[in-house]
Structures are given as structure tokens and as C-alpha cells.
Design a protein around this ligand. Structure first.
Ligand SMILES: NC(=O)C1=CN([C@@H]2O[C@H](COP(=O)(O)OP(=O)(O)OC[C@H]3O[C@@H](n4cnc5c(N)ncnc54)[C@H](OP(=O)(O)O)[C@@H]3O)[C@@H](O)[C@H]2O)C=CC1
Ligand SMILES: O=C1O[C@H](COP(=O)(O)O)[C@@H](O)[C@H](O)[C@H]1O
Length: 505
């Protein structure tokens, strides 16, 4: 399996997929317009798509290819990361096709299968196709069954590879995730199933492994002897937008804690893999996910909140109950903070504090490793007071980079101490631009590289962490916080009880 990190020779070579088709279900939706179509354009712009590459959009519209081309052009112009180039677009536009229909429409799926077959002849695609399920999660089973019924999922029938990309959330608890895993592995072969967690496609997230395992500096102190605690924050300033239908049935824990935040935790806490082979990395992540335990006293260690009206960045912001299509009595959380423990020798006794929220003061995702204070400090008590914990902060977004915080002498005649920060910023250190997460992940799907995709066991291990939390919260009301605040007071108290506080992210 191709892996750019495994062989330095590989890394320098552009990875170009074999001729293939990308079929996007739900192509008119938010994700497709903002991320997937722009990702395809960016790949084309960077010369990373094979000759004869085709995008087939499927949605319930009475549309021809021209209407779809128009939607695709607008999405690429609005959301692509690379500059607009007419020549790139005119190459791509000849290879954009549309099939209209609903997911329960057999005729439409038969037509889709025929279209794929025809493309083999017209575009020289040897039966290779990836099916991207950018659709509401309840529709996953129906579309999978249609792919099975029509034979589109079958490698042998098509004579090329057939892959499926399943968006998150993968199930809404352990039981439903298992059922979906069974179904998807039944329709496709396990090897051809790509479960998306787009955080793994972010450059800074991939850098966690480089930081930890390409250096000798950090690993010796990366354990309970030196680390006091780890804080993982994913804060968003936005609300739920027009996604109430999905969000109100999910909430913050199912939406992002189960996937993005636990994956960040796994990469931060895992042991060194024996190689950068995708299986080896996933084995190590899985060991961590399975070693996670929840504190017994969930009342004090699992806090959820819901925003009420407030101000974000100087703008008045509605409360969750005022958002479009949210029921007035909704008790869905838009904020969650939990303490997790990891039962292994490296991390015993080190709390991992995870928090996420919508309508927080600003958008920031970071992993902060907070080190224990030195066992002895030969300075005046007043000076020592000025020092916090040493911190290593991996800034996932925005302002991607790393920050190391440590104590230093203030210039002058006295031994006065103060915390200072050493900053590394991607934008300053590298001239290369990072691909957007979905660009990287779509390319990996077309190449067949599964390194950045969680497997069934990881998904299930993550639900084993979330299910007891959901059970504990069921029937309770979330705490409230004002839009523009860093979550409810109870989340601050959770840390304050042990003399800690949330880092000002
Ligand atoms: N949007 C985001 O930021 C993120 C989304 N995701 C996941 O991606 C997936 C898609 O999300 P998103 O794009 O936001 O969802 P949207 O609701 O915006 O889009 C859903 C798409 O599915 C189509 N669709 C729905 N029902 C049917 C049906 N019965 N037959 C045919 N087409 C149908 C819709 O078509 P129509 O226009 O006709 O309704 C639309 O194209 C979800 O699994 C979501 O959880 C994951 C991370 C982030
Ligand atoms: O998966 C999701 O992620 C987005 C945030 O993604 P980011 O890359 O902008 O950090 C979040 O808004 C959404 O609720 C969730 O489904």
C-alpha cells in the first residue's frame, strides 16, 4: 500500500491515481459544495488527477450535466484553495456528469450503473470507481443496498477496483456502528471501505507523528513522569448553521468528540509504530482507544452545555433554541468537556481533558501538553509564583504551528522570572502550501492509501467511550453558557477541583 511517509523516495514523487471515476452521492449538499468539489478542482489544478478522470454527481434534481457543471464551477470558484485557472476548469468540465434520482429510486440507480459502464468505453476507465456517501447518515444503508443490488459495489463485475467512502458520524452508538460496519463490509470488501475523519487529513494532525517520532527531544518526557495533564480543545465560533436536522439528534459528543477529538488523543498518546505502514499506525491508535477509561464520578468529570444568546466577535448571536429548526425544549449539548484517563504504564495518572463547543469566542483547535513543575526551584517564592507549567502546544488550526512555553529570566539586574513562548508557524517555516484536508483524503481514496482513515475497530472503540457518557447525560439538562464564552462554569470547576485550569487557547 502506498504511504508517502514510509519511503523518502516515494514522498518526493507525486502520487497519481489510476484512471477512475468519483461518484458523489449528495452532490448538492453542504459538504460536497464546500469541500469535495473544491478538493477535486484543487487536485486537478495541482496535476494530481489521472487522464480520463470523471466526477459523477448523484442527487434528487431534474438536472442535466450543464446544471451540475454550473454548481461545480461555483463551488470551486468560491471554496477551492488553489487559484482559479480557466484551462484547468475546461479540462475538468468535460468530465463532469450528473445522474438525478432519489436513494429509493431503483431506475435511477440502474441508470447510474449504466452510465458508469458507458464511461469505461468513452473515457477508458478500467472499471475503477470510488463512491462517496456525502449524505445524511440514515440514508447510508439504503444507498449501500442499491450499490449491492446493481452490482456497482462488485469488483469482479466491474473489472476494476470499487471503493466506498463513508462520512461521519459512523453510527450514533456502538450498536448502530457495528450494524453499519457489518453492512458496509458485506457490500464492499473491508479493504475497500474508507471511513472519513477529516481531521486526520489536516497537515498539523499528521505532524503529530513526525513531531513525536522524528525527534529525540520530546519522546523522553512524553509520559506520566513529566506530563501533568493534556488538554485537547476544539472550539468553534460558529453555531450550527442550517444543520439542525442532523445536529439536534447528535450533539457535540457524537458530532466531534467521538471522532476528531478521540483521534487527536490517540495520535498524542499512542506508542511508536514499528513502521509507518497504515496497519501499524492503526494498531497503535487502537491500543490507546481501548485503554481509555472514564472517571467513576461522571457528575464532576463529564460536563455538557448549551449556548444561550450572547455576543461572538462583537456580533450578537442567537441562543441554540433560536436557531432554525431547533425544538424549543431541546436538551442537545453544543459543548462537552470530559476527563479521560488512559490505563497504561505511559499515561497512568495523567488526566486527558477534552473540550469542544460551538459559539465559543474564537475558532481554535489545539493539543496542549502541560508538564509537571520542576521538583525544586531555587528562586524566590514570588518569582516562582510567576511561572506556570511548561507547555508544548500543537496548534492544529488556525495559525498552524507549535508553541513551547517555558520560564525565563527577565533582562535586568534582578533574578526575575517570567513565562515566555517560542513559536513555530507553518506559514513562516515552509514555502509549500498545505492541501486542504479533504483534498488529501480524496486523493488517498483514489490511490487506495488507508493510512489516514480510521478502521472499524477504532470506530467501535471510540463509541465504547462515548456510549456511557450519553447514557449518563440522557434525560438531564445541559448547563448553559453565553455565546462568546468558553463554555459553562461547571467545566472550569471540573479542572479547578484539582488545582488546574483550562489553557487560554
Ligand atoms: N457539512 C459539513 O460540514 C459536514 C458534513 N459531514 C457529513 O457529510 C454528510 C453530508 O452532510 P451535508 O452535506 O452537510 O448534508 P446536506 O443535508 O447539506 O446534504 C445532503 C445531500 O444528500 C441529498 N439527499 C438527502 N436525502 C436524499 C434522498 N432521499 N435521495 C437523494 N438525495 C438525497 C441531498 O439532496 P437534496 O439537495 O435534494 O436534499 C443533499 O445533496 C453527512 O453524513 C454529514 O454528517 C461531516 C463533516 C462535516
Ligand atoms: O465534522 C465536523 O467538523 C466541523 C469542523 O471542521 P473544521 O475542519 O472546520 O474544524 C464541525 O463544524 C461540524 O459540526 C462537524 O460535523
Amino acid at each position: 500500500m502506498t504511504n508517502p511517509l514510509r519511503d523518502p523516495q516515494d514522498r518526493r514523487l507525486p502520487r497519481i491515481p489510476e484512471p477512475c471515476a468519483l461518484v458523489i452521492f449528495g452532490v448538492t449538499g453542504d459538504l460536497s459544495r464546500k469541500k469535495l468539489i473544491p478538493a477535486v478542482y484543487d487536485l486537478a489544478n495541482r496535476g494530481l488527477l489521472p487522464p480520463g478522470f470523471v466526477v459523477l454527481g448523484f442527487a434528487r434534481r431534474d438536472w442535466g450535466d450543464g446544471d451540475f457543471e454550473e454548481l461545480a464551477r461555483k463551488s470551486a470558484q468560491q471554496h477551492a484553495r488553489t487559484p482559479w485557472r480557466d484551462e484547468v476548469w475546461s479540462r475538468l468540465v468535460g468530465n463532469i456528469k450528473f445522474v438525478g434520482g432519489s436513494f429509493d429510486d431503483d431506475v435511477a440507480f440502474d441508470h447510474l450503473a449504466e452510465t458508469l459502464d458507458e464511461l469505461r468505453a468513452t473515457h477508458g476507465i478500467p472499471g475503477n470507481a470510488a463512491f462517496y456517501l456525502s449524505i445524511p447518515p440514515p440514508a447510508f444503508p439504503m444507498v449501500l443496498k442499491q450499490l449491492e443490488r446493481t452490482g456497482m459495489a462488485n469488483n469482479n463485475v466491474s473489472g476494476g477496483w470499487r471503493r466506498v467512502v463513508v462520512e461521519k458520524p459512523f453510527g450514533n452508538d456502538l450498536e448502530s456502528a457495528k450494524a453499519l460496519n457489518d453492512l458496509v463490509d458485506d457490500v464492499f470488501t473491508g479493504h475497500d471501505v474508507f471511513r472519513i475523519d477529516h481531521y486526520l487529513g489536516k497537515e498539523t494532525v499528521q505532524n503529530i507523528l513526525a513531531l513525536r517520532f522524528a525527534n529525540s527531544l520530546f519522546e523522553p518526557v512524553w509520559n506520566s513522569h513529566y506530563v501533568d495533564s493534556v488538554q485537547i480543545t476544539m472550539a468553534e465560533d460558529v453555531g450550527i448553521g442550517s444543520r439542525a436536522g442532523f445536529y439536534d439528534t447528535a450533539g457535540a459528543a457524537r458530532d466531534v468528540l467521538q471522532n476528531h477529538l478521540l483521534q487527536l488523543l490517540a495520535l498524542t498518546a499512542m506508542e511508536e509504530p514499528t513502521s509507518f505502514d497504515s496497519e501499524e499506525i492503526r494498531t497503535e491508535k487502537l491500543k490507546v482507544l481501548r485503554a481509555i477509561t472514564l472517571p467513576e464520578d461522571l457528575e464532576s468529570h463529564a460536563i455538557r452545555g448549551q449556548y444561550v444568546q450572547g455576543w461572538v466577535a462583537g456580533q450578537r448571536a442567537d441562543g441554540y433554541h433560536q436557531e432554525e429548526n431547533v425544538p424549543q425544549d431541546s436538551t442537545t449539548e453544543t459543548y462537552a468537556a470530559v476527563q479521560l484517563n488512559i490505563k497504561n504504564r505511559r499515561w497512568a495518572g495523567v488526566p486527558f481533558h477534552l473540550r469542544t463547543g460551538k459559539r465559543m469566542p474564537r475558532r481554535v483547535t489545539e493539543i496542549a501538553v502541560l508538564f509537571k513543575k520542576a521538583p525544586h526551584l531555587p528562586f524566590d517564592a514570588a518569582d516562582v509564583e510567576m511561572l506556570g507549567n511548561n507547555q508544548l502546544v500543537i496548534r492544529v488550526q488556525p495559525d498552524e504551528g507549535l508553541m513551547l512555553k517555558f520560564g525565563s529570566k527577565v533582562p535586568g539586574t534582578a533574578m526575575e522570572l517570567r513565562d515566555i513562548a517560542m513559536d513555530f508557524q507553518y506559514g513562516e517555516a515552509f514555502t509549500e502550501s498545505s492541501p486542504e484536508a479533504y483534498e488529501r483524503l480524496v486523493l488517498d481514496v483514489l490511490i487506495g492509501d488507508k493510512t489516514l482513515f480510521p478502521d472499524a475497530a477504532e470506530v467501535e472503540a471510540s463509541w465504547r467511550v462515548i456510549d456511557p457518557l450519553e447514557e449518563f447525560w440522557a434525560g438531564t439538562k445541559p448547563h448553559t453558557y453565553r455565546a462568546g464564552e468558553w463554555g459553562p462554569r461547571a467545566a472550569d470547576e471540573m479542572l479547578a477541583r484539582t488545582g488546574r485550569q483550562w489553557r487560554r487557547a
